[in-house]
Design a protein around this ligand. Structure first.
Ligand SMILES: Cc1ncc(COP(=O)(O)O)c(C=O)c1O
Length: 348
């Protein structure tokens, strides 16, 4: 059972997940209030829950991962600052240039391996106005993405995360984690969330990806940081009223859908291993660490592959001229995996 009313196998993203009946029931039962007036107990419960899980003082419920990152960037920087973020990071590639338009920041874009930065790359990329006769902007914020989406859903090793935070702090930079899929990383690396985020000032965590909630992200950090972020959320129009109905879905997701991500990872791995054994399609198996598989086909462009797969009832994105992306999630079953492998093997 795919849990949703569709006969298509939708591997475009884990954002396509729909609230299950049990989640909808939790939403229907939610106690709500006006959250802009500070009255919604379910939103407060969610914010405290995520703050506690990530070892931070406070949390802020926002409508999307994009807004969560934007609010974080805005809170950490002033116009003219520079943000260090990986060349293929979501913050740089896919958030409409919000860092420039909303923060007035420039970006330094070190190229990592499979979307992952190293302490050396970060250290080399931080520029400071002081000592440069004001030639440089002020590098004041370092962002890491975990898992790294365009890196293939790759995870940071803990000692690398710790070392990046250390070199950043040594250069007086704040640190932010775009943790849209940080629970995938936590499950895959068997590292508790609070340990992963220990040395980072803020973390953005999405509820509406692999966790399966319909809407929402939680930004966490110190109480002082969240107090300032609250103001930017207001200005960005992200203050919501009876949003407990959405927060309830997030609480349900955190209570029920974290450990099961192992199934998503196992299914992605099964597809990747099958691809690896085929002659006409290829994959970097080392980069398949969570719920994503990036692959290419020798005879076809990525666009042709995605069209052929769509004709067989399987949806996926061609993410570049050469590569397609498969993302497993809540609604993808073992039967779906077998079908995907069968169609892919007949592609040549
Ligand atoms: C790594 C990463 N960060 C942030 C986001 C933004 O989330 P949203 O689509 O909820 O704005 C995404 C969305 O896919 C993402 O993959």
């Amino acid at each position: 059972m795919r849990d949703i009313n569709s006969n298509r196998i939708d591997l475009r993203s884990d954002t396509v997940t729909q609230p299950t009946d049990a989640m909808r029931q939790a939403m229907a039962r939610a106690e709500v209030g006006d959250d802009v007036l500070g009255d919604d107990p379910t939103v407060q419960q969610l914010e405290s829950m995520v703050a506690e899980m990530s070892g931070k003082e406070a949390g802020l419920f926002v409508p999307s991962g994009t807004m969560s990152n934007a609010v974080a960037l805005k809170t950490h920087t002033v116009p003219g600052d520079e943000i260090v973020t990986e060349r293929y990071s979501h913050i740089y590639l896919y958030e409409g240039g919000g860092y420039a338009a909303l923060c007035g920041s420039s970006v330094a874009l070190p190229l990592g391996e499979n979307g992952l930065l190293t302490p050396e790359l970060v250290e080399q990329s931080i520029r400071k106005q002081k000592g440069s006769q004001s030639h440089y902007p002020d590098g004041n914020l370092v962002c890491v993405e975990n898992t790294a989406n365009r890196g293939g859903g790759t995870c940071y090793e803990q000692d690398v995360l710790d070392a990046i935070a250390e070199v950043s702090k040594a250069k007086n930079c704040a640190t932010h984690v775009d943790g849209a899929r940080i629970f995938n990383a936590s499950v895959a690396t068997k590292t508790p969330l609070h340990r992963m985020t220990r040395d980072y000032d803020s973390v953005s965590i999405c509820l509406s990806k692999g966790l399966g909630a319909p809407v929402g992200s939680v930004l966490v950090g110190s109480q002082d940081f969240i107090d300032q972020a609250h103001r930017w959320r207001k200005m960005f129009g992200g203050g919501m009223r009876q949003s407990g109905i959405l927060a309830a879905a997030g609480i349900y997701a955190l209570e029920n859908n974290v450990e099961r991500m192992e199934d998503d990872h196992r299914r992605a791995r099964t597809i990747a291993q099958a691809i690896d054994e085929m002659d006409h399609v290829s994959v970097d198996l080392d980069a398949v660490q969570t719920n994503m598989v990036y692959f290419s086909a020798s005879k076809y462009s990525a666009n042709e592959v995605s069209q052929k797969m769509a004709e067989a009832g399987i949806d996926m994105f061609d993410i570049s001229p050469t590569h397609c992306r498969i993302v497993t999630h809540l609604h993808i079953t073992d039967e779906d995996v077998n079908r995907v492998i069968e169609v892919l093997s007949n592609l040549n």
